[in-house]
Design a protein around this ligand. Structure first.
Ligand SMILES: [Zn+2]
Length: 278
């Protein structure tokens, strides 16, 4: 199907929808200037220091660093904390919010991103599921309690060595604190905050709605397929439709819609057809 025709159908689905689920992966942040760590090359392009050390993304995103060498562990996560704090969400976020308002859509966001960009763009934290947790929240490394608290720390990082000059500490026991993010090979992640978000998402799915459900999936790759499976599962509901926006892996079975492009380009294409319906 031609690109513009797909955008037209996507716009029609959104106009007639009662509920909207936005599912997002790393590709959603690319238009805001964020690296997506896709493949080793993508990761090393963003962090040349780890290429010199021969560390892959999987090895850098490992909770063991916080126990063995907290300055090194916090180098990676401190740098990302600062980056995500500085990042301005691209205009695609505002387009989604405008559709929610214009068509009075009941919505929920499910993201594998830990960057907090949806909240920053104005989405409600009560309508959000962060499946891998959030960099803007901390927990104890031990952990001495199941507590999760806001990350208000200033974490300067020496980008030449990727070492943090300050180490966040547990507010209870003063052990090293870590981001409340599910890392690779992670047995210490406290899932309580994400579990509460999950409960809200289950309730959202149980609610009655005046129209069909539309899923807009943005930049969710096949490498970690959780988000794609969720979109497809929601798409099996009667009359539900999935709009998969992805520059490299856009394939999805009909009658669902596939837009092979970046998140912002796809959202703009749909917006064009919402403003000027043929
Ligand atoms: Zn503690």
């Amino acid at each position: 199907m031609e690109f513009e025709e797909t955008c037209r159908r996507a716009a029609e689905a959104i106009r007639n929808a009662g509920g909207l689920v936005i599912t997002a992966g790393a590709g959603m942040g690319v238009d805001s200037g964020l690296p997506d760590f896709r493949g080793e090359k993508g990761f090393w392009q963003a962090y040349p220091m780890y290429e010199r050390l021969g560390l892959s993304f999987v090895e850098a995103a490992n909770p063991d660093h916080f126990a063995r060498d907290p300055g090194f562990g916090w180098g990676f996560y401190g740098h990302r904390t600062n980056l995500y704090r500085e990042t301005v969400p691209h205009p695609g976020f505002a387009l989604l919010l405008s559709w929610i308002e214009r068509f009075r859509l009941d919505y929920f966001v499910v993201t594998s991103n830990v960057d907090g960009q949806f909240q920053k763009a104005g989405f409600s934290g009560e309508r959000l599921l962060e499946v891998h947790g959030s960099i803007h929240h901390l927990q104890c490394t031990t952990p001495c309690s199941m507590n999760i608290w806001d990350n208000n720390e200033t974490i300067p990082v020496d980008t030449a060595t990727m070492r943090a000059r300050a180490i966040p500490r547990c507010i209870h026991c003063n052990a090293v604190a870590r981001p409340n993010i599910l890392m690779f090979g992670d047995y210490g992640w406290i899932s309580a905050r994400t579990a509460r978000q999950e409960e809200r998402f289950v309730r959202f799915q149980d609610e009655g709605r005046r129209g069909p459900l539309v899923v807009v999936e943005l930049g969710a790759g096949t490498a970690i397929p959780t988000i794609r499976y969720l979109s497809e599962r929601l798409g099996r509901q009667p009359q539900a439709s999935v709009i998969r926006i992805n520059p490299r892996e856009a394939r999805i079975d009909a009658p669902h819609l596939s837009l092979p492009c970046g998140a912002l380009e796809g959202l703009r294409g749909i917006e064009r057809n919402l403003q000027f319906p043929r």
